[in-house]
Ligand binder design. Structure first.
Ligand code: ATP
Length: 422
């Protein structure tokens, strides 16, 4: 099945509002094996939208259009479809009654203008809106299913699900696209691709074909595996073996094969081993504490996070020796290790982390350029201390520092290399 998506609304053509509906719709359509071939963001212009409808009807299996179903003059979707198909719009008394009742329940009188929302292109099926006034519409012409959905994401979702269940799943015949995501950190994209590409290249012609895309995000690489399978079971088996092959070649740099973020992975490791953690952050300004505590239930293992930005804070709060800072500089492995030791000893946790670095844009020197970050992860038995040079702006340096710190902790807990012992 091939689909087009139109997102209607002039606000979506400004820098202030992003069309997220088409992404949510694409995800759901892909899951039933429906391929999105084209999408467009259209302003509130009835003729522009009419032209698009005319172009797509008879050409693709499905058109999903969101937005422009409201009561005002600039809500043009119904009219555009009516013009494209030469359809009359009829007033649907049932819709009108339910819109009026919705207003009355809130002690309001329905305005005349809302009658527009009860206008239905002749022959269309009405999809009730349990979360708003604008009903959705479904009709079929020239082999094309046309689905009109309201713009607000929470209103359009239940209607989309209904049409998928009632109409589209059967057409797709149970076939679908099924996804798995591998997350990798601590390796550059080119390196990951050089190792992974020979493995995944052969899957495109396998009995259950798997397409792989590589996505570089801040501080991590994702490999998205999409299997085109006759059903969930067939897809799960093919994906499981594909994931296994990739993990074999990529090794411990793969931190997640089940959708978990790095925060969740380290959280699970800490919880399983009944360990606790305290962190002392300088250049990351509390971002590590924030990310660790993004995980529900993190209070089981997260004890405290201190932001010690100035030298004085490192000395007073963490017991870092003034002489150590003078000898090595505040951004150095010995200071990162002393910060980790200081916060761990003061909080009596199992693990301590220290981060100190230069987030930029100022403050760099030839020996320690912007992006230099020293990180220490310590336990009573192990210590892992490293210096990184991260590229990018201030926010990127901060984020990558937290990513690297959590990854060092993961590797240390997973007993993977490299673990430096005292
Ligand atoms: P309503 O009766 O609520 O006005 P509508 O179908 O006319 O429904 P719009 O007026 O086009 O919808 O949009 C209403 C709101 O829905 C927008 O302000 C925006 O917040 C959200 N919205 C619309 N289209 C999108 C989209 N493509 N992606 C994300 N949000 C959207």
């Amino acid at each position: 099945m091939k689909a087009w998506i139109f997102a209607v609304g002039s606000e979506l053509l400004t820098p202030f509002r992003v069309d997220t509906n088409s992404l949510a719709i694409t995800e759901r359509l892909n899951a039933i094996g429906c391929d999105v071939r084209f999408k467009a963001v259209v302003g509130d212009d009835v003729e522009d939208l009419r032209v698009l409808f005319e172009r797509g009807i008879g050409e693709v299996d499905l058109i999903v259009c969101t937005g422009g179903l409201g009561p005002t003059e600039d809500d043009i979707t119904r009219d555009a479809l009516g013009r494209a198909l030469n359809l009359e719009l009829d007033l649907d008394e049932r819709i009108l009654g339910s819109i009026r009742a919705r207003f009355e329940r809130r002690g309001l009188v329905m305005q005349e203008i809302n009658r527009r929302q009860a206008m239905v292109p002749r022959g269309a099926m009405v999809l009730e809106n349990s979360r708003g006034t604008a009903p959705g519409l479904w009709l079929e012409r020239e082999g094309t299913g046309i689905l009109l959905l309201p713009g607000p994401p929470r209103e359009m979702q239940p209607m989309l699900e209904r049409i998928i269940d009632e109409r589209l799943k059967a057409r797709a015949g149970g076939r679908g696209l099924f996804r798995r995501v591998l997350r990798i950190t601590g390796r550059p994209e080119s390196d990951v691709d050089a190792v992974a590409q020979p493995v995944y290249a052969k899957w495109t012609s396998a009995p259950v074909p798997i397409a792989t895309t590589i996505l570089a995000k801040m501080g991590q690489i994702e490999l998205h595996l999409t299997a085109d399978a006759a059903g969930e079971e067939e897809a799960a088996a093919a994906l499981e073996s594909a994931v296994g092959e990739l993990v074999d070649v990529l090794g411990p740099s793969v931190y997640s094969v089940d959708g978990r973020g790095l925060e969740e992975v380290i959280g699970d490791l800490l919880r399983e081993r009944q360990l606790t953690i305290a962190v002392a952050e300088s250049c990351s300004g509390g971002l590590l504490s924030s990310r660790i505590t993004d995980v529900p239930g993190s209070s089981a293992y997260f004890d405290r996070g201190l932001v010690c930005y100035s030298n004085l804070a490192k000395i007073e709060w963490l017991g870092v020796a003034e002489a150590l800072i003078a000898a090595h500089g505040a951004v150095s492995e010995p200071v990162a290790a002393a910060m980790a030791d200081g916060v761990r000893e003061r909080s009596t946790t199992s693990v301590g982390i220290g981060i100190t670095g230069i987030a930029g844009p100022g403050g760099g020197t030839p020996e320690k350029p912007v992006g230099t970050v020293a990180i220490a992860v310590v336990t009573p038995e192990h210590r892992s201390v490293r210096t990184f040079l991260f590229l990018g702006g201030r926010d990127m340096v901060k984020f990558q520092a937290t990513q690297a710190a959590m990854n060092m902790l993961r590797l240390l807990l997973a007993d993977g290399p490299p673990v430096h012992r005292d």
